[in-house]
Design a protein around this ligand. Structure first.
Ligand code: DHB
Length: 388
């Protein structure tokens, strides 16, 4: 088989890249280790930056998002006895949209025109420094497959083969692990808030997010390595009630049936450069952010948009300048989001050290009382331009 762009991974980065290339008349083929049902069911973030919504709308993928998603003006930041609203629209002119990654994934699958091969095994990347790179894999029926291409896009997350296909001497990895995780729940109950609540608490961080008017998404900071079975539903709700301030100033947290419960490890990772010969990395294959601030999906959308532009110039006009600049441009944005998600994480998570706690409270007071502080958070949260 032959195509112009061989894409490894059918998550949001891979499918959006394939869609954007298709709009420019460029052929692609996507291979994916998991089943279509598995990829569709993965529960991930639910917040889209202003710029991500623009990319999706310009690509004809905005209809359901705008009809069923919810635009938020900002967020609440709180600590015991205080809750403050930050209005991103008033501060920066940009808001955010609540729309689950699962929904975006459905829209991408519905819109796809390129072939996608699911449940492939043993994907390998070959001849990446030549102008004839290719992929090999084993199909579900056991037959060996080969896909020749002009370019390979590695959109296969942090555990896929693309990142590791860059020789060790040609890449640098920057990494930070955090000593805590998030216990995340999905609950069949109307959100108890109109916009997201980020809560600092001496017991640990809590976040009240949402997916739809009938589905809430909430998180609790827990020690790394926590077993979800240590957290029966009643314990989850009582700890959420405590950390989110149930009963304060008349605010109530309404519990409901928990439909999903899982523990998310937290780490930051950047692999640089994001290009090796004819291989270009996008999304989690190049960078992982901790979930605080919901940057992961937005970085994947930005990478796909930048890479589609670069590959369109390269393959249609034989202009490689944007492809040559891709890694630098994408990394600059990735590092901004890496810093922001590290900063939000560090400001909001309990470490057990009283000195840290006082610094965090001081920072929270500054961010919520200074227009400059609030604007800094808002600019980063609602999103920077595609190529800052
Ligand atoms: C969600 C996750 C986040 O990390 C965040 O900062 C906001 C929302 C979510 O899953 O809804």
């Amino acid at each position: 088989m032959r195509t112009e762009v061989a894409i490894v991974g059918a998550g949001p980065a891979g499918l959006l890249l394939s869609h954007l290339l298709g709009l420019a008349g460029i052929e692609s083929v996507v291979v994916e280790t998991r089943s279509q049902a598995h990829v569709a069911a993965r529960i991930r973030a639910g917040i889209l930056e202003h710029g991500s919504v623009e990319v999706l709308t310009d690509a004809g993928l905005g209809a359901r998002l705008r009809a069923e998603g919810h635009r938020h003006r900002g967020i609440y930041l709180q600590w015991p006895h205080e809750r403050h609203h930050l209005d991103f629209v008033a501060l920066t002119g940009r808001g955010v949209w609540v729309y689950g990654q699962t929904e975006l994934q459905k829209d991408l699958v519905a819109a796809r025109t390129a072939p996608v091969f699911y449940e492939v095994a043993g994907t390998r990347l070959h001849e990446l420094t030549s102008d004839r790179p290719y992929l090999t894999w084993t199909a579900p029926d056991g037959t060996a497959q080969r896909l020749d291409a002009e370019v390979v896009a590695g959109c296969d997350g942090s555990f896929g083969p693309s990142r590791a296909a860059v020789p060790a001497g040609e890449r640098r990895t920057f990494e930070r692990t955090y000593p805590y995780s998030w216990l995340g729940i999905l609950a069949g109950v109307a959100p108890s808030t109109d916009e997201l609540i980020y809560a600092w608490h001496p017991n640990g961080f809590a976040l009240h997010s949402m997916r739809t008017p009938a589905v809430s998404r909430l998180y609790l900071q827990v020690p790394a390595g926590t077993d979800p079975s240590d957290w029966p539903d009643e314990r989850v709700w009582s700890e959420l009630a405590l950390r989110l301030g149930d009963g304060e100033r008349g605010w109530r947290l309404t519990p409901g049936p928990i439909t999903d419960k899982s523990v998310l490890p937290m780490r930051s990772l950047v692999q640089a450069p994001m290009r090796y010969g004819r291989l270009f990395l996008a999304g989690d294959a190049a960078h992982i952010v901790p979930p605080t601030g919901a940057k992961g999906l937005n970085l994947a959308v930005a990478d796909a948009a930048l890479l589609a532009r670069a590959l369109t110039a390269a393959l249609r006009e034989r202009r490689w300048d944007l492809a040559d600049a891709y890694s630098r441009t994408a990394l600059r944005r990735a590092w901004r989001s890496t810093h922001f998600s590290w900063w939000m994480t560090t400001m909001l998570h309990a470490t057990g050290d009283p000195f840290d706690a006082e610094l965090q409270l001081s920072q929270l007071r500054w961010v919520t009382s200074s227009r400059a502080g609030a604007t800094g958070l808002a600019e980063n949260y609602a999103g920077l331009p595609l190529a800052p």
